[in-house]
Design a protein around this ligand. Structure first.
Ligand code: IMP
Ligand code: MG
Length: 188
């Protein structure tokens, strides 16, 4: 196990991501955060505390993962409880790996006719992408190794409470912050 992103770096970067969202959604009456359980829980909570517009927090739980590989099947274990019809939605997840889970969630939420859907993911592992998904807010780009901590489970299901992000396998690469992008035009 090897440290990849420190607690302090997580805190600082989440503040920056929150600033981007605050700017993009400035003046919004209500933003519906849909946090993807279980992995998105720490990020969703820490991010929500830094958002300045009124936020509704809801949770969706899906399984698509067993061991260190995506199984290729998504099951909905627990749906959101709030009505998101005609409302702006921000889906918050821990990591986009193959993109399969997020692609499924976006298709599913779209059936509920939200006004808009954006995606925030703490981590992005682009080397593994198989399904193109829009990710509007990314915390860190991580190398192609299995990572754990800060809500993400490791291989043995007992690493989620580590307060930083660790690489389960050794790597020479570092996590990096994506380049800053243009502000998104009026999102609400
Ligand atoms: P995807 O469908 O392949 O994009 O991955 C879906 C989910 O698998 C993510 O939301 C995570 O919850 C989990 N996952 C993917 N890669 C990792 C990892 O490196 N560590 C821990 N969980 C992961
Ligand atoms: Mg997840």
């Amino acid at each position: 196990m090897q440290d990849l992103i420190s607690e302090e770096a997580l805190r600082r970067r989440i503040e920056e991501v929150a600033d981007e969202i605050n700017a993009d959604f400035a003046g919004a009456d209500l933003l519906n955060l849909v946090v993807v359980l279980r992995g998105g829980c720490f990020f969703g909570t820490d991010l929500a505390k830094r958002l300045t517009m009124p936020c509704r927090l809801d949770y969706i739980r899906v399984t698509s993962y067993s061991g260190d590989k995506s199984s290729g099947v998504v099951s909905l274990m627990s749906d959101i409880r709030t009505d998101i019809r005609n409302q702006p939605v921000l889906v918050v997840d821990d990591i986009i790996d193959t993109g399969f889970t997020m692609a499924w969630i976006l298709r599913y939420l779209d059936l509920k006719s939200p006004a808009s859907v954006h995606v925030a993911s703490l981590l992005d592992k682009p080397a593994r992408r198989e399904f193109e998904v829009p990710i509007h807010y990314v915390g860190f780009i991580v190398p192609n190794v299995f990572v754990a901590g800060y809500g993400l489970d490791g291989l043995d299901d007992r690493m989620a409470n580590i307060p930083r992000i660790v690489a389960v396998e050794p790597t020479n690469e570092e996590a990096r912050i994506p380049p800053t992008r243009e502000r998104l035009p009026s999102l609400h």
